[in-house]
Design a protein around this ligand. Sequence first.
Ligand code: ASP
Ligand code: MG
Length: 431
Amino acid sequence: MSMSSQIQIFKFGGASVKDATAVRNVASVLKSYAGKQTVLILSAMGKTTNALERIHQSYLSGSNKDAIQRIAELKNYHSSILDELFTDKNHIVFREFNQLFGELAKAIDEKPELSYDKSYDRLVHFGERIATTILNAYLQENGFETQHIEAGDFIATDNNYRDAYVDWDLTVNKISEGARSWFANEKPCIVITQGFIAKSAENAPITLGREGSDFSASIFAYSLNATEMVIWKDVPGVMNADPKLMPEAVTLEHISYREAVELAYYGASVIHPKTIKPLENKNIPLRVKSFLNPVGEGTLIDRVGTDDKKVASYIFKFNQVLLSLFPRDFSFINEKNISEIFSLFSRNNIKVRLMQNSAISFSVCFDYEPARLNVLLEDLSKLYSVRYNEQVELVTIRHYSGINSDSIISGRKILLEQKSRSTWQMILNKQ
Ligand code: ASP
Ligand code: MG
């Protein structure tokens, strides 16, 4: 790879390959970008990751019959896409496909790992591998020059299953080494790999956290000094609210990395929060565009950002827990308690979305996940008396000055509220 080579990074999410028509559409989007060296990061097809999570649940609860049944359903779903895309039933893709499902079936024959998260990654990572196998074969069949690589051979992490931390030095080395051969000849080539998955320090499959494919793409962008990264989605770009919740939502044309990180951090589901930092560090522009309207401008995210304060953005997080802790002996909440509390959150892999303390209480808001919550409660109640509300809603409004919030609050109770100059957050009880 010469230093002057121009590499673009494309990320296609699960919705972009949810059925055969969608896969064909990806190929047509790629046609209009032919002629550039490309690394394409792909997510699992449609709702595959959710299906694999359920398979993992059945497997762990010992009901292998149910797991086998669900694997069969997942295989059927993919088979029908394959059948529609490939008329030649002797195509090698069928063999590769059966082999992957064979591996998955074998994985549930083995005893579960001691760690929940590790066993989760062992099963759930298959979704992306199945997806890239199908897309790669389809693109090759349709005249694209491609190379199919395993993300696990290039993204190296620690052993923090389900939320892996990237070993950057090793990863950058592996990817730049790889690129020397992927792009060895000047002929444009599409390198296809999986989002979301990597290899742990102990060499097992690991994942970067749900919706982590965006982050995978930016790991490749960073490592290759890409000229641009594009996240292809089924929405026109980064919007100032979820249009399903606010029909009047608009697309933001041009925001800064900083604004994008803030939006992602507060839970706008448009980009995975870890995606921006690697891009910002190398000043690589990010576009979020619609694969349904590839000529649309979408949203540009870079250092400039001209829309940051133009419109208010709204982020709604449902199914949250608001938990309050009170030291049993009426002692103050101090640095020591707080660090103790946070180490428990970190040990249980719980991400805090908002926190507030008073002299003798400490409140935090996070996503409701029964299994994690129960373990946490057990730990916390040894030290504190604990009160919590389930199913509350967290609303975050960026650049809120001048907005009318009546319809958002609409008769509900604000359980907790925080305002900075640019961000207003409130926790509301159920309607
Ligand atoms: N397939 C994974 C998920 O659904 C990763 C991703 O889509 O980014 O969470
Ligand atoms: Mg996805």
